[in-house]
Design a protein around this ligand. Sequence first.
Ligand code: HDD
Length: 691
Amino acid sequence: MNEKDNIKQKQLDAYRVIDNGEALTTNQGLRVEDDEHSLKVGPRGPTIMEDFHFREKMTHFDHERIPERVVHARGFGAHGEFELYESLAKYTKAKFLTDTSVRTPLFVRFSTVAGSRGSSDTVRDVRGFAVKFYTEEGNYDLVGNNMPVFFIQDAVKFPDFIHAVKPEPPNEIPQASSAHDTFWDFVGTNTETAHMIMWVMSGRALPRSFRMMEGFGVHTFRFINEQGKSHFVKFHWKPKLGVHSLVWDETQKVAGKDPDFNRRDLWNAIEQGNYPEFELGVQILKEEDEFSFDFDILDATKLWPEEMVPVQIVGKMTLNRNTDNFFAETEQVAFHVGHLVPGIDFTNDPLLQGRLFSYSDTQLLRLGGPNFAEIPINRPIAPVHNNQRDGMHRMTINPGQTSYHKNSLANNDPAQVPPNEGGYRHYEEKVEGRKIKARSNSFDDHFSQASMFWHSMSPIEQSQIVDAFRFELGKVMSKQVKQRVVDVFSQVAEELAERIAEGIGATPTKGVAAAPTAISPALSMMTKTKTAATRKVAVMLGTGYNTAEVQALLKALTAAKVTADIVAKTHAPVSGNDGTLIEPQQSLLTAASVLYDAVYVCGGKQGADELLSDVASAGFVREAFQHYKTIAAVGDGVRLLTAADAAHAVGSDEAQPIGVLLTGQENADAAFFTSFIEAIAQHRHWDRIPL
Ligand code: HDD
């Protein structure tokens, strides 16, 4: 969609204020003569109360902060649009899902859950994946996560769960981490968490990029079609770049080297025109099939295996515009699971039902009153007319005498709308029962799907899960908490519990593990799309590099949409074998191997000596090797790899490690570049064996 056709952007234009070339004024529009000095009695005297400019400026500053979100405080947003591939009219009357000619503007916010606003991006955590569609029929918010299940089954337990995962009350430690006693105490005493914990201990909790993670609506929702017929639906987002994760050691280092790693990645991708794309998928079930499974479809700790209920791809979201102002847009955007359009409705999932209260309630505190829907980023593109009035920061000026319904003085406007003209009517589900504080027995099985997850993983993913448990529980002080967790996961898989127990000095329980309900290959990240596009390479070089080769390499990388940074010993321009100068983007001091997907070391004796004279160069390569990344070296550059224990010398009888590409020649050719790019597309070489 052309930007100028984006109706939401047009609406936002009215609020964008460009300061370039303008006079400095107070908030009252008064032109300011001096913004450097407060008004004083003489140049060394006291500041005078009457300095209204000083007071206004300082007061505004003093009030600049609003409460951060109680969960998902750290997030990053972008604008985009949704296009529909095929009409879903058979299932829903939602216009944006039935009319393929409509491009729906949207805003997305990705987030971590536990950390504060200033915490690091690459912590082990669930990622929020919230999408606000600005549809012609009103805003529709799909407030999901990058994992398809949740920790708890009933929303009444949400405050308890969040209290357990947040930093502990006495000292607010640890920040943005679940590796502490209260979290694992909650897990050990609330076994419904087991399935979600398997996801959180997996690489899904360490996404390489927001652009490389799936999104899930989690709950079972309803589609309602024009005839009033209901189907159950689960929503999925499938990233075009595949689903990929960092490794744990890397995430911890990235958290120090670049705490903004994921947000920078998204920002840069959009700035470079590499617009992130996610396809929308739906799993649909007939109402008659509600009880056809050995799990309850209202239980948010269960997923519908894709092999059982296929995901139909129905449209695509493209993120194509960064924000102009983080606070105005990303911080003030207010999502709510209850923002619906006709054709979509809720189910009785008790987690979903409780969310319907929490989201609007929390915005009242965070955004300071009931008029948050009038903040530009939250405004629907559909017209808004009702009898709600006043409140903090009311923007709309509603002329007229009446603000009530029914009225006779204003023709009873604004008028109610029948469903056949777009009025929202709740699905008339028949419900009966006694008022009771209880949970259905059909929610009792906490382990079968956790077991399915474990058994669907590849061996490397299983090892990563075991290491994650060992790390997290290794940080827990209480022995009984650790033992209790092992007892719980003994019920998921015997081997898993044994391996955790061995690492933390606890005892697994034998013979209590649940049988997996099925194996679901779709759960493994190894089954996802692989491409080198938008990956980042560090090209290490020193004086005398082969200019023609480097130019050809950069061309080949650009053609494959791979981005590259030249990394040299310092930032000073480096001269090639024909005297051409290259200005490095990074030096060995500013670059870190963990910020790249692959490393390419150029040849030339002088250059290799120059790089090797700084020990950081071998460390750079070594780290990339340990993180299973693609590494290539040419001619003398191979010496960096041997110094880093990342390769055998060229011509050695030993097999080179997987994902390490070498050439003894001082000039790599196009075939070498192709192999390098193909290796990058693998994401990581998990089967690599250390030398
Ligand atoms: Fe929630 C924020 C996703 C359960 C209460 N939630 C929030 C955000 C996401 C989710 C992505 C951030 C939105 C943004 O970027 O502004 N939450 C989920 C998912 C859940 C879930 C996928 C389970 C399926 N949440 C959940 C429950 C409750 C809440 C059970 C309470 C009953 N969530 C909130 C909240 C937040 C929130 C307190 C904090 C900030 C906000 O709403 O706007 O209301």
